[in-house]
Design a protein around this ligand. Structure first.
Ligand code: GLN
Length: 544
């Protein structure tokens, strides 16, 4: 194994949304499957300290790590592909870089020097990149630079990469540039010019790409690869085609066929072996050959943008494969859901998931959905806000506490079944002030949760401010909704169930952040299984 950590930088050109995160994760998978301890880091060029304050419409889901970092959704891909937990160190934004440089300036650490983008901001970037390498935990660190080459805000990052290549030496650092080779249907041709320009832009900043990964809708012919190699100053073998795939989970195998791992390892002077993708390919086989299918409604207010619920959608893919079931997720906008249309929108579903979220918009639709699935015995999973809505619905319609609510939505409610914790009451800042990251939870023996997890104690990730109000617990439990998961330190309720219902579970935490290909989440596996059971039972009824 290596003694020096090797660094791989992934930059993007031509356009955004080419899937740098997936390419980085796929390469990492191939390297990991050859025995190299690999991690991935994302550098985001925006000024927000973290994406926690960003509206999901802006940037998709905010992914939360065990250590409570609110991060870019690409970290979710890294964990799902590698099955290795990430942390705050894996996601750095320009905001965070500037904040720490400015803090140092205030402490007088620059000894009277003028603080500048080069070298102070670039030094801070370099420090953040090498920090992961210095931990001694990794042989290879892949650093994905967010944004597109040529953007004003990416410049300090590209400059840091230029310097790092000198500092680390040619054998220890390389640059992969991901570009687009568009197909012009009118001309019937694939075009290399955008890639040439993008590589040129990178070179203007002193960085020569070592490997080109070219996104394309059509196979790249050999002469086009040769042309790209010639004009972009890379070896022919280093022009890698990344053709559109039917699932992101095919990309590691596609990169393997193209030899991306071999080129990378050769350039870094490392041995290359055949990667062991047995577990991965077993998953793919099950994913692609389902024996049956279920339809699960995903009720949320950001459903127009699939990225808002990325981890939930991926968890269903993992759990579906595990059950050999195709899970069709039907997005349902909570804002347009009401008592009048609820039957038409939900009756055909085999399961319903009420999604996490913030604020008032769409919550009455979520409550109506919970009522419908509770009364009609449809399997239900409520996540975070979804769990809170299940508690509110139960309080309103079973306990008859008509104005039951969360104080997030109605601070004046006389039945605050969901309320702010004492420790949160004086918090005014928005960023990083929620209950975040991994917390332990004790499970009630013989509860459904206990059966699902097959354990007495679990740890799951959180991202919320409001909590189940324990002063209503006795009343709620007596009426048939039971708290089956409790935080042992704070006594806060983490899980509610309705034992009378075939499958009804609300969780205050986010199981979706911990589902990976190698380790599909038990809660999602059980939920999909329950949906299948519900479907079969209903078919039985309609056939009778
Ligand atoms: N808005 C709720 C809270 O802050 C739920 C958050 C969530 O669903 N992530 O408690």
């Amino acid at each position: 194994m290596t003694t020096t950590t090797k660094y791989i930088f992934v930059t993007g050109g031509v356009t955004s949304s080419l899937g740098k995160g997936i390419i980085a994760a796929s390469l990492a998978k191939l390297l990991q499957a050859q025995g190299y301890r690999t991690t991935i880091q994302k550098l985001d060029p925006y000024i927000n300290i973290d994406p926690g304050t960003l509206n999901p419409y802006e940037h998709g889901e905010c992914y939360v790590t065990d250590d409570g970092a609110e991060t870019d959704l690409d970290l979710g891909h890294y964990e799902r592909f590698l099955n290795v937990a990430t942390s705050q160190a894996n996601n750095v934004t320009t905001g965070r870089i500037y904040q720490s440089v400015i803090d140092k300036e205030r402490r007088g650490e620059f000894l009277g020097k003028t603080v500048q983008v080069v070298p102070h901001i670039t030094d801070e970037i370099k420090e953040r990149v090498q920090k992961l390498g210095r931990s001694g935990e990794f042989d290879i660190v892949i650093t994905e630079i967010g944004g597109t080459v040529g953007d004003i805000e990416s410049l300090p990052y590209i400059e840091a990469v230029r310097q790092l290549r000198w500092d680390l030496g040619e054998k220890n650092a390389l640059v992969i540039h991901l570009t687009l080779v568009p197909y012009l249907s009118a001309a019937g041709e694939l075009k290399t010019k955008p890639t040439q320009h993008s590589v040129k832009t990178l070179m203007e900043s002193g960085v020569q790409a070592d490997i080109l990964v070219c996104r394309t809708e059509h196979e790249l012919p050999m002469d086009l690869r040769r042309k790209l190699a010639l004009f972009c100053n890379v070896r022919e073998e280093a022009v890698i085609q990344s053709i559109d795939a039917s699932t992101i989970y095919d990309v590691p195998n596609l990169m393997l066929e193209q030899g991306l791992d071999t080129v990378v390892l050769k350039k870094l002077g490392l041995e290359s072996h055949t990667p062991d993708l047995t577990r991965w390919n077993e998953f793919l086989k099950r994913h692609k050959n389902p024996k049956s299918e279920v339809t699960i409604g995903l009720i949320g207010k950001y459903v127009e943008l699939q990225d808002s619920y990325k981890s939930i959608l991926e968890s269903f893919i993992h759990a579906g494969a595990e059950n050999e079931v195709k899970v069709n997720v039907e997005p349902i906008h909570s804002e347009y859901l009401n008592e009048d249309n609820i039957h038409a929108k939900l009756s055909h579903l085999n399961g319903v998931l009420v999604a996490p979220g913030f604020g008032e918009r769409g919550i009455e639709g979520k409550i109506a959905a919970v009522k419908y699935v509770r009364e009609n015995n449809i399997p239900f999973l409520g996540i975070c806000l979804g769990m809170q809505m299940a508690v509110i619905e139960f309080a309103r319609n079973v306990l008859n506490l008509k104005d039951a609510n969360s104080t997030e939505m109605d601070p004046e409610t006389t039945s605050p079944v969901i309320a702010l914790m004492e420790s949160q009451k004086d918090v005014t800042e928005k960023g990083g002030t929620m209950r975040l990251g991994s917390w332990t939870c004790s499970l009630k023996v013989n509860s459904m949760a206990h059966k699902v997890y097959k354990s007495n104690s679990i740890a799951e990730r959180h991202r919320h401010r409001y909590e189940f109000n324990n002063s209503f617990k006795e009343q709620i439990e007596a009426a048939g909704m039971v708290a089956t998961g409790i935080n042992p330190e704070t006594n806060l309720v983490e899980i509610v169930e309705i034992p009378e219902h075939p499958w009804f579970m609300g969780v205050q935490y986010h199981p979706e952040y911990k589902s990976t290909v190698a380790n599909p989440h038990p809660l999602f596996i059980a939920f999909v299984k329950a949906a299948l059971k519900h479907k079969k039972k209903n078919q039985g009824v309609s056939m009778a």
